[in-house]
Design a protein around this ligand. Structure first.
Ligand code: DGL
Length: 259
């Protein structure tokens, strides 16, 4: 890369709108960086697709973002991370690439032997990466994986507190209401946008965890290590792009970013 590679943008990728929950954390701790946020809403949801398809899509988008000069990539999607992050790191060993995984660790350690519900896409829960993560903490906590097909679609539509969402959550979480779990992990980057509804459905006593802030810290650490943090002292730009190329999608990106 050239002498000004530290001033190039950080790419943030997700299957749609969800990664904006991670983008917010990135901007909070690295406000002077430039960002390109790319959401692949045209192919969303990823979580109910085949692994190979998600890997191909993720690698193709990553390649384009690197070709355009991104200095690093945050795979702000748990599903795409489990399908493609290992391959991406092999393909681009010299570029900081950070993925996100369900925040099981802090949830498993929130009290003595808690019951932890992990909400994520069917693919995230099915994949090897998650099985290993569960095994690592199974002595410390009772971990209950819960695939949530369809939940991300509410966020893609911008429905964060409607009646249909309320009904969906009541049905999905029925068995875990009334003191049944101590903590819940939002293992899909779309879910932090419906956190108030999930909290209301499960009860105020339930602790809610997501991996966004930890992922942002990890990216900052990796950029610092590679001497790629910008030296600029003024606020950077955020550019939103979406494979659907519809103005409504970009408007929704901005709305979610500013929440
Ligand atoms: N936001 C994505 C995640 O973190 C997945 C949503 C989807 O495309 O199914 O897993």
């Amino acid at each position: 890369m050239d002498n000004h590679s530290s001033d190039r943008p950080i790419a943030v990728f997700d299957s749609g709108m969800g990664g904006i929950s991670v983008l917010r954390e990135l901007v909070a701790i690295m406000p002077n960086e430039d960002y390109i946020y790319y959401g692949d809403s045209a192919h969303a949801p990823y979580g109910t697709k085949k692994l190979e398809e998600v890997r191909e899509l993720t690698c193709a988008h990553a390649k384009r973002l690197f070709d355009e000069g991104a200095k690093g990539l945050v795979v702000a999607c748990n599903t795409a991370t489990s399908a493609a992050v290992r391959v991406l790191r092999e393909q681009y060993p010299n570029i900081p690439i950070v993925g996100i995984e369900p925040a099981v660790k802090p949830a498993a350690q929130c009290k003595k032997h808690p019951r932890v519900l992990v909400m994520a896409t069917p693919m995230t829960i099915r994949e090897e990466k998650f099985k290993k993560l569960m095994q690592r903490y199974e002595k410390e906590a009772e971990i209950i994986p819960l695939p949530c097909p369809g939940l991300m679609d509410f966020v893609e539509r911008g429905d964060l507190d409607g009646e249909d969402l309320r009904k969906y959550l009541v049905e999905l979480l029925f068995a875990y209401q009334h003191e049944q779990v101590d903590a819940v992990v939002l293992g899909c980057t779309h879910y932090p946008f419906v956190k108030p509804m999930i909290q209301r459905t499960l009860g105020e006593h339930v602790m809610v965890f997501d991996g966004g802030a930890g992922t942002a810290r990890e990216m900052k650490r990796r950029l610092r290590e590679a001497d790629l943090l910008t030296g600029r002292t003024t606020r950077g730009q955020v550019e939103f792009r979406n494979s659907l190329e519809k103005p409504e999608k970009i408007a929704l990106c901005k709305r979610l970013f500013e929440l």
